[in-house]
Design a binder for this molecule. Structure first.
Ligand code: PLP
Length: 400
């Protein structure tokens, strides 16, 4: 009997070794990992530079707390704010915590500007985490059900719908911020199109109304979409941006970056974390960012993302049941017209690790180091699994 809480519907396989885009299970079987720990292991499993940085730092100093100065945290904040064009950073341990920090900045910003009941605009089908505030912010009843009463102070609108946000602006004087994923991940790899127009529109609405534009780049950030951060495809700058996942190659780390007025909201005593931004996580993050830059992985994400989408589009052309191949960089989604969770198991049996989200969207988030031959293997393997799965589906009944 397991002594773990029954929280995860785990796939019955355990891995004991990883290298690059490859994982080996406890029986020695090898898998092409097209998920990278859900967009975490961006530089591949056990990249030697990251491994060395973790080992060296673990041998020197792991934890001191935020009661004292942490030079590696300063260095990481300087690097992240430089590549993001932001002013400062707060470090925590997960994506949900990063979003909690963003939500607290928005509320405090509201209170500091005379709004006693601040509210944040959030999107349908979004995902921001599993804490009470972030599950309330998430646009998913599945995530929220059973945890009522939810947190107040969120107003929901459809994603990729500027008119809906403008309508909220005209009606609700308590809005202080918009919180949005530049590309929705859990929601089904949804790219707002045209992306620059959406973000320029949101920026304008925020500027006109004195709101903060807060971007959740937890899944889309750290090079995954072919820019350091997905919003950089638009040229628009946020006031607040949250990061986690790929930032430190699997050593837990989250970050909330802020700019301008938002960067001055928190004062000592407003927020904190025991573990956040410890020396070990910061060493892992600095090594990860160094590898992404030195190995040209952001450009690779564009090239390989295009190759995967082009390959899948060609292989699945005309296949009944395939609705769309889409994405940005190495956030790739294949939407089918039927629920397809069963594909995860059949892909696994074929040595391929994939994910299905939003019921019917195959989600691929491979490491940014993926190469051409691995892309070819992924496309061939996934296409044949998808074709076999769809061939077993009953034909749709003709209408009437
Ligand atoms: N925000 C987004 C966009 C995410 O994809 C996730 C995780 O999937 C989170 C927030 C929550 O991150 P964490 O699981 O590290 O709390």
């Amino acid at each position: 009997m397991s002594h773990l809480m029954s929280i995860y519907a785990r796939i019955p396989v355990a891995f004991e070794k990883g290298e690059g885009v490859w994982l080996w299970d406890t029986t020695g079987k090898r898998y092409l990992d097209a998920l990278a720990g859900i967009a975490v292991c961006d530089v591949g499993h056990c990249h030697p530079r990251v491994t060395q940085a973790i080992c060296e730092q673990a041998g020197k100093l792991v934890h001191t707390s935020n009661l004292y100065e942490i030079p590696l945290q300063e260095k990481l904040a300087a690097r992240l704010t430089e590549i993001a064009g932001m002013d400062n950073a707060f470090f925590c341990n997960s994506g949900a915590e990063a979003n909690e920090a963003a939500i607290k900045i928005a509320r405090l910003h509201g209170h500091q500007n005379g709004i006693d009941n601040p509210a944040i605009v959030v999107m349908e089908n979004s995902f921001h985490g599993r804490t009470m505030a972030t599950l309330t912010a998430s646009g998913s009843r599945k995530v929220q059900a059973g945890f009522e009463p939810l947190v107040s102070g969120f107003v929901r609108v459809p994603y990729n719908d500027l008119a809906a946000v403008a309508q909220v602006a005209s009606r609700n004087r308590n809005i202080v911020a918009v919180l949005v994923e530049p590309v929705q991940g859990e929601g089904g790899i949804r790219v707002p199109l045209p992306l620059p127009d959406y973000f320029h529109g949101l920026r304008r609405l925020c500027d006109d109304n004195g709101w903060l534009l807060m971007l959740d780049e937890i899944q889309s950030g750290i090079g995954r979409t072919g820019k350091w951060f997905a919003h950089q495809w638009s040229g628009v700058k946020p006031d607040v941006m949250t990061l986690a996942k790929g930032i430190a190659s699997g050593v837990p780390l989250g970050a909330c970056l802020a700019r301008g007025a938002a960067s001055q909201v928190f004062k000592p005593g407003n927020h904190g974390s025991t573990f956040g931004g410890g020396p070990l996580a910061c060493a892992a993050a600095l090594a990860t960012l160094g590898v992404i830059e030195d190995e040209g992985l952001i450009a690779n994400a564009v090239k390989m993302g295009n190759a995967i989408r082009d390959g899948l589009t060609a292989q699945l052309a005309g296949v009944r049941g395939v609705k769309q191949v889409r994405g940005l960089g190495l956030m790739v989604g294949v939407e089918l017209d039927v629920p397809c969770g069963a594909l995860v198991q059949s892909a696994l049996e074929n040595g391929l690790l994939i994910n299905v989200t939003a019921g019917s969207v195959i989600r691929l988030l491979p490491a940014l180091i993926i190469g051409r031959s691995e892309v070819d293997e992924l496309v061939a393997g996934l296409s044949s699994v998808v074709k076999a799965f769809l061939a077993q589906q009953p034909a749709a009944q003709p209408a009437g």
